[in-house]
Write a protein that binds this ligand. Structure first.
Ligand code: ADP
Ligand code: MG
Ligand code: MG
Length: 913
């Protein structure tokens, strides 16, 4: 047989999501497992790619479609396009990975004048038939023919208003017929042609529309945002599914469910349903649905079927499922299932629970969680002691607290976000076309829709706070106003939402860092058992060190001493040190700094004890501690101006009176003070000019400072070693590591090692103890990589500083690159990613490998880590695991991510990255 474009649900391979899309593959799998799925078939993603390339459907596809439809007709006894018991289908998109709400579904396809009459006869329910018809015309009009919803909605609302009706369900058959006719007219007016009557033509147009939606703006934006590359999902499949009706009466319903609570992970029935409604009513938030527990009372037999479905789904997929179903005249049909997207807390809890239930192994429990997700757990929560009263409460749709200025539409949100404002997107309900507003906002608030509405699903996926269905809020987009009782919220007003309980507050409420749950501790404990890489933290203060330890850090991989220099009480001393005219003056200033640094280190070592603490010697160019040239020139001008004024005042007073002893502001001394200030400023300006460098980042910094001003490095080394000695005296186990930045040659290292040896001897005899510490180097220049064997002769550890090393590898200055040309490079595909965010494995990775190989040739036990920002990124972590590094070091909030990623790295070490 030639290329097969489609597979019936009875024959498609349920494991082949790349070919059949996630939705299609699961429909096949469920059908073949004996679940009650309406008959249907899948057109492959391959066919989509061919259509997009050739700009037309492949020859023979529609013949295959006709054959598939005939088969459905045979099984169901219905007739596609037939007047007698007509077959209606839905046309649904679905790519390899789920992109919620990204591509639209057409329901009730196959209706025309003739089949409509047949449907009325078949069901004896004209109201139902016209309801289906008007839905079809609008959906088809919108999705396949590109007509705006508004064009239809206006007519719909007019009819409702004229009839004095609020709820759609109250519309009569006649009113729905009137609406259908108005809708047909809209289509004719908007497209210049009558609505297509031929059902195969309808089908063909719909298939093309689904294929085209793959290249629609919404879909492309979504793929870009979530880095969905063609190897992850390429093209969409089309699912053609026999319609089942949830809107044929009160023994009908439609709903969506999760096999567990996706907000908390609790093992319980979870979901929402609507009696007498079609699927999209729940998802679009047009009517607010009921929680599934009410179904147990309302339609107990169907609830029983639903519980059974849920249990079967989990038993089969060994994963939490997000499923959609419809009940037609008492019979439950499953319309979709996929792995449930949950927030991080729920992912963690379900992992722990499912291991306990024997549903998955510990390895699976670790692997099913994307490490990046864990950062969510460190999202802010409202301060528990706040006393603000909520102005309204909606459904807790995506946890975490967010505060921001209200904004009423997505475009405005994007515009305001550029000015750096925190925003809450406030809408009646959201639609897929609002997606860019989600990215721009800190949180989302809707006045309609349930926990499975579009807003809720998308916000959860992004880990953004969301409160949905806050029905007390009336949103008036035109007036840029939301009204709750007598409270008016204008665009720009500050509000706070709590996605964990649904509360909405006026103004800003302080937030606190969240706590580590017991479940997270267990999970990360499993991760640590598996992982080979240790996770250290980049921290500079005892407080953040303690925080990092509570997150599970096993050491400090980078302490930047200059952060200590910048504190208000030290900066003047640092400035004195820099302004010193000679070594003696400089040593005098350093002597004052010394006890401060030593005490800092002592506290830091204590906070991290017994884990290693890597301290980097002074790195940035010295002028970073001085005011900048323009500021100094301005200040100098002001002082000179002031001097003239004071002189002028004195002359004035001398002239007018003969006052001998005037009060302080007007006497001579005052001029002396100003002159002194001018001299000081001038000196500082001279120093700034002297230190001026064209490219400071490639200039006099790092170990180069240690070469020119050995006394600075010596002071730091002494601080570190004496702090260690003091800890040892108090029986606090410490493991300091002295790290030299920006090294290019072994000679530099040997020189610094010389200072270290000398000071070590002094400290050991002074304190009468033996010091135990390591001496090593950062690897952040290209030459350090190529000469790593020589460096390893002196250094007992390496730490990759991948930020500088990336700059060196690309010859980019990060600031200039990211502000000027990198966005263009990324957008036009000249570079796949921003190398400062995603470690450049192909290029920079080779240098790293060279450094590791050379270093370990020289010193097999060489300890190697990475302390750049990349050290907290799962992909980089996998790469450095494979390179054989010993540890990664990252900022405190990335530690949970890094610990899980380190376990993934071990479990996936034989898989391509
Ligand atoms: P999405 O990918 O946005 O979830 P779906 O293809 O799942 O879109 O369809 C949207 C809604 O339409 C679903 O909630 C489902 O209930 C309803 N639906 C789709 N196909 C059918 C069908 N054959 N019969 C009844 N309802 C359907
Ligand atoms: Mg769906
Ligand atoms: Mg650096």
């Amino acid at each position: 047989m030639t290329a097969q474009y489609s597979y019936s649900f009875n024959t498609g391979d349920g494991k082949n999501k790349a070919l059949l899309g996630g939705k299609g593959a699961n429909l096949c799998e469920m059908t073949q497992m004996g679940f009650n799925v309406p008959p249907g078939f899948v057109i492959t993603t391959q066919t989509c790619l061919s259509y997009l390339e050739q700009k037309r459907l492949p020859d023979g596809l529609m013949d295959e479609v006709r054959a598939q439809i005939s088969e459905i007709e045979r099984v169901t006894g219905k007739h596609f396009g037939g007047a007698n018991d007509p077959l209606l289908v839905s046309v649904r998109s679905g790519s390899a990975i789920s992109m919620p709400g990204m591509m639209d579904t057409i329901l009730n396809l196959g209706l025309n004048k003739q089949t409509l009459a047949g449907l009325i006869e078949e069901t004896s329910d004209p109201r139902f038939a016209y309801d289906a018809y008007r839905r079809f015309i609008q959906l088809f009009g919108k999705v396949a023919l590109g007509i705006e919803d508004e064009k239809f909605d206006t007519h719909f609302n007019n009819v409702k208003r004229a009839a004095g009706i609020k709820a759609d369900v109250a519309l009569s058959a006649d009113q729905l017929q009137e609406i259908s006719e108005l809708f047909l007219m809209v289509v004719h007016e908007e497209t210049g042609r009558p609505f297509p009557e031929d059902v195969y033509q309808q089908l063909e147009i719909a298939i093309c529309a689904v294929f085209n939606s793959w290249m629609g703006k919404r879909a492309i934006d979504y793929r870009k945002e979530f880095h969905i590359t063609p190897d992850i999902a390429n093209g969409t499949a089309v699912n053609i599914v026999t319609m089942v009706f949830g809107n044929m009466g009160d023994d009908c319903a439609t709903g969506v469910g999760f096999t567990r609570n996706p907000g908390t992970g609790e093992n319980e029935m979870y979901g929402e349903y609507l009696v007498n409604a079609q699927g999209e009513d729940v998802v679009a938030g047009i009517r607010t649905p009921k929680p599934v527990h009410e179904m147990a009372k309302e339609i107990p037999e169907q609830y029983r079927q639903l519980v059974e479905l849920r249990n079967k789904l989990e038993a089969h997929y060994h994963e939490v499922q997000d499923y959609e179903y419809t009940i037609e005249r008492g019979v439950l049909y499953c319309l979709q299932t996929r792995n449930g997207k949950m927030n991080a807390a729920a992912m963690v809890k379900t992992s722990i629970d499912m291991v306990a239930e024997g549903l998955i192994s510990k390895e699976q429990a670790l692997l099913r969680i994307n490490p990046e997700l864990l950062e969510q757990l460190l999202h802010p929560q409202l301060a528990p002691d706040h006393t603000n009263k909520p102005i309204a409460t909606g459904l807790p749709a995506s946890p975490g607290a967010a505060c921001g200025h209200c904004v009423f539409d997505a475009d405005t949100a994007v515009r305001l976000a550029k000015t750096g404002q925190d925003l809450i997107l406030l809408r009646e309900e959201t639609k897929p076309e609002d997606i860019h507003g989600f990215f721009a906002a800190q949180g989302v608030l809707t006045s309609r829709g349930g926990k499975t509405s579009h807003a809720a699903v998308v916000a959860r996926g992004m880990g953004k706070a969301c409160v949905a269905g806050a029905e007390d809020i009336k949103v008036d987009v035109r007036a840029r106003l939301a009204i709750v009782g007598d409270i008016h919220i204008k665009e720009g007003d500050l509000i706070t939402i709590d996605g964990s309980n649904g509360n909405i507050y006026l103004g800003r409420i302080p937030t606190i860092a969240p706590r580590f749950s017991e479940e997270l501790k267990i999970l990360l404990g499993w991760a640590d058992e598996v992982a080979r890489l240790r996770v250290h933290a980049n921290v500079d203060t005892p407080e953040t060190a303690r925080l990092a330890v509570s997150y599970g850090a096993k050491g400090i991989g980078l302490c930047r001493t200059e952060r200590m220099f910048n504190a208000a009480d030290r900066l003047p001393l640092v400035v004195d040190m820099i302004l010193a005219h000679n070594t003696e003056e400089r040593e005098a200033a350093l002597a004052k700094l010394f006890p401060i640094q030593r005490d800092d280190f002592e506290q830091l070592f204590e906070a991290m004890s017994p884990h290693p603490v890597t301290v980097r010697l002074l790195d940035p160019p010295m002028h970073e501690f001085l005011p900048n040239e323009h500021q100094l020139t301005d200040e100098l001008d002001a002082l000179k101006h002031y001097l003239t004024i004071v002189k002028g005042q004195r002359v004035t007073l001398d002239t007018l009176t003969n006052a001998g002893d005037l009060p302080a502001p007007f006497n001579r001394l005052n001029e002396d003070v100003i002159l002194e200030a001018i001299a000081k400023k001038q000196m500082m300006l001279d120093k700034v000019l002297e230190l001026y460098e064209v490219n400071p980042m490639l200039g006099h910094r790092g170990v180069r400072l240690g070469m020119s001003y050995p006394e600075i490095y010596k002071m730091q080394i002494r601080s570190i070693l004496e702090a260690a000695a003091r800890c040892i005296k108090q029986r606090i186990p410490v493991e300091p590591e002295i790290m030299v930045p920006q090294v290019i040659t072994a000679q530099e290292l040997k020189k610094v090692k010389g200072y270290v040896d000398e000071i070590q001897n002094e400290v050991e005899s002074q304190y009468k103890i033996k010091l135990n510490f390591k001496f090593g180097t950062m690897i952040e220049t290209v030459r350090a990589c190529t000469r790593a064997d020589r460096l390893a002769a002196t250094a007992s550890f390496f730490s990759f500083g991948t930020n500088d090393l990336t700059q060196a590898t690309f010859s980019f200055s990060r600031e200039d690159a990211e502000n000027k040309f990198l966005p263009l490079y990324e957008e036009s595909g000249l570079l796949e990613d921003n190398p400062f965010e995603t470690l450049d494995i192909e290029g920079l990775g080779k240098l790293m490998k060279m450094a590791v190989d050379l270093g370990r040739q020289q010193r097999p036990e060489l300890k190697i880590g990475i302390c750049g920002e990349h050290g907290g990124h799962p992909r980089s972590i996998r790469f450095v695991h494979n390179l054989g590094l010993n540890y990664v070091s990252c900022s405190a909030p990335r530690i949970p991510v890094a610990r899980l990623a380190a376990a993934h790295a071990k479990l996936l070490e034989n898989k391509p990255i």
